[in-house]
Design a protein around this ligand. Structure first.
Ligand code: AMP
Length: 607
């Protein structure tokens, strides 16, 4: 049977595993380590280094050593996360030609999938060395909360590395697979995954006969061990500045040493109560005098520095349980995944929240790769009885008239799935519609992630609302989205596999959103609008009829002038909302209009 490797492509470390004779095993690298740093570097001589060897030279070659590239994968240049990385990374991050992100190593620009591909290739080679044969198929894991762009980019990285990524699975789901594999248990399990760069929580039901069903998932792709390290760095830098008046951030090499020392101190404090950060010759004072950094960090200080970050993970757990409609007592087991879960404070917080001791039986660094290998083996082995039912972490939909996000597939829907909805045109004789495909939780389209767009042209000319367009969304088992739109009358059809929208600039996206006249109108929204408009127009007409009379009566009092101004403002606002065909805004004004109308009638009746 064909061998499929499972790769946990981590922010900090990566790990590769395989199922051998029915048992999942982690494959050690040449140095005997079971995990490999997700680091890539180019030396002065132009040599490419990956893994431990890249990590070892990171301090002396900080500008040409990439770490935590996973934080950038599938992201757009102008996203806040990229801005943050540009400000804090020791390597250079620049804008690519398609509003994407490039990393500069020795004057050569690399896309993020290219960098991740180098790590994946290293994992492939580790597996091939161990197995003594070439490997071409892999299951790669991603944080559950990754959106479509990030999943696509990860798949691209696999392709660049020469791997056929037969499935992308979510990290917490992989962890649950590994936890439940071969144990024939029936349990509701929470997987709390706090890694180097991301935090994820998933709630799963493990059923008899190898059925793994995810009920809910959530997370934060910009919350991880790196943030805890950053807090320690801040603490060290500000202490040094107080003492010597020198900002260590100005020096890339000093910063890289601080980063290393911060992570080391953090890990040590998981087993001891205090540790010394000792960095001799960290910087020169400018008077030919070298300065040293020496400070003691206690576990308690570390806990204070990272308290709000840990709290954020607990808040996300709370929300996820609510989404899953489960009480804490219904979660029978809590599985800890990710290197950060070795921190005692994190274990305590998880225990306090779920009110039970977390399971420590799985190896937090290896469990995800093992799960990926289990899934890989199941995919090529027909005899394996294992069913994995994952969910989509974000709602999917399209933008409709008025910049609304119309949801087609809700968050936490089991995948693969497809949904269809019928929309109508928003203008008379509209011959084209633009479909903007989005992912996110906000009702306002612009707050969500734009995944792609396509235009369905050649519609037959008809009055607005009479051309019916059927839009179908499909999410495959990798969590990757495709969309189809069909003119129901003519059968005309267009579809796209949604790919990263790197070709679009922020301005282009904005102008697309403003230029909404060719968008579709959801029939429901449109009916809602018409009803609200009628009610509002009736009230406005009555208010305006009473206006001259009311004005005459109250003109002499201060209160009266004020009331008239307010009434005018409400009428103006309602008119503007009608103009914009904004059903929600019109509805919002109806209450004010009703109040004004009642008041006007009262004033007139009294006289
Ligand atoms: P992962 O992405 O799962 O490989 O997790 C890596 C993160 O876990 C990094 O931020 C590490 O610094 C952190 N980590 C690893 N070991 C420990 C430890 N013993 N105590 C605290 N954090 C750790």
């Amino acid at each position: 049977m064909e061998k499929v490797i499972g790769i946990d492509l981590g922010t900090t470390n990566s790990c590769v595993a395989i199922v051998e004779n029915g048992t999942p095993v982690v494959i050690p690298n040449r140095g005997g380590y079971k995990t490999t740093p997700s680091m890539v570097a180019v030396t002065e001589a132009g040599k490419r280094l990956v893994g431990h060897i890249a990590k070892r030279q990171a301090i002396t070659n900080a500008e040409n050593t990439v770490y935590a590239a996973k934080r950038l994968i599938g992201r757009k240049w102008n996203s806040p996360q990229v801005k943050n990385a540009v400000a804090t990374s020791s390597y250079r991050i620049v804008e690519g030609p398609h509003n994407d992100v490039r990393i500069v190593l020795r004057d050569k620009e690399f896309s993020v999938p290219e960098i991740s591909a180098m790590v994946l290739q290293e994992m492939k080679v580790i597996a091939e060395d161990y197995l003594g044969e070439t490997v071409s198929k892999a299951v790669v894991t991603v944080p559950a909360y990754f959106n479509d762009n990030q999943r696509q980019a990860t798949k691209d990285a696999g392709e660049i590395a020469g791997l056929d990524v037969i499935r992308i699975i979510n990290e917490p789901t992989a962890a649950a697979l590994s936890y439940g594999f071969g144990r024939n248990i029936e349990k509701t399990v929470a997987v709390y995954d706090f890694g180097g760069g991301t935090f994820d929580i998933s709630i799963l039901e493990i059923g008899a006969h190898g059925v793994f069903k995810v009920i809910a998932t959530a997370g934060d792709t910009f919350l991880g061990g790196e943030d805890v390290d950053a807090r320690i760095i801040d603490w060290l830098v500000s202490g040094f500045k107080e003492e010597h008046g020198i900002d260590l951030r100005q020096d890339r090499m000093a910063l890289q040493r601080l980063k290393d020392a911060a992570e080391k101190a953090k890990c040590e404090l998981s087993s001891v109560r205090e540790t010394e950060v000792n960095l001799p010759f960290i910087i020169s004072s400018g008077r030919n005098e070298a300065l040293h950094l020496q400070r003691t960090l206690t576990r308690q200080t570390l806990e204070e520095l990272s308290d709000d970050l840990i709290e954020r993970t607990v808040d996300i757990c709370k929300q996820t349980l609510e989404d899953a409609k489960l009480g804490k007592d219904e979660v029978e087991e809590v599985v800890l995944v990710g290197g950060m879960t070795r921190m005692p404070k994190i274990q305590q917080s998880v225990q306090a929240f779920f009110e039970k001791e977390p399971n420590k039986g799985v190896h937090p660094d290896e469990v995800v790769a093992l799960g990926a290998a289990i899934q890989g083996a199941a995919l090529v082995d027909d005899k394996q009885e294992m069913v994995l039912l994952d969910v989509t972490p974000h709602a999917l939909g399209i933008m409709t008239f008025g910049s609304y996000f119309e949801e087609l597939i809700p968050q936490n829907t089991t995948v693969p799935t497809h949904r269809t909805k019928i929309f109508t045109t928003s203008r008379d004789n509209q011959t084209a519609v633009k479909i903007l495909v989005m992912q996110g939780e906000s009702q306002r389209a612009e707050d969500n992630e734009l995944l792609g767009e396509f235009i369905l042209t050649g519609l037959r000319r008809a009055p607005k609302g009479q051309v019916e367009i059927e839009v179908t969304f499909e999410i495959n088992a990798d969590g990757i989205v495709s969309v189809r739109a069909k003119d129901l009358e003519t059968g005309l059809e267009q579809s796209i596999q949604v790919t990263a929208t790197s070709g679009l600039t922020k301005d282009e996206i904005k102008s697309m959103m403003e230029n909404a006249k060719d968008d579709l109108v959801d029939r429901r929204t449109s009916e809602e609008f018409e009803a609200a408009k009628q009610e509002a127009e009736k009230l406005i007409a009555e208010i305006e009829k009473l206006f001259p009379q009311v004005q005459q009566i109250v003109a002499s009092s201060d209160f009266g002038r004020d009331a008239i101004e307010k009434a005018k403002a409400i009428v103006d606002k309602a008119r503007a909302a009608i103009e914009k065909r904004d059903a929600a805004a019109v509805k919002e004004q109806i209450e004010g209009l009703t109040r004004t109308h009642r008041m006007f009638k009262g004033v007139v009746a009294k006289t």
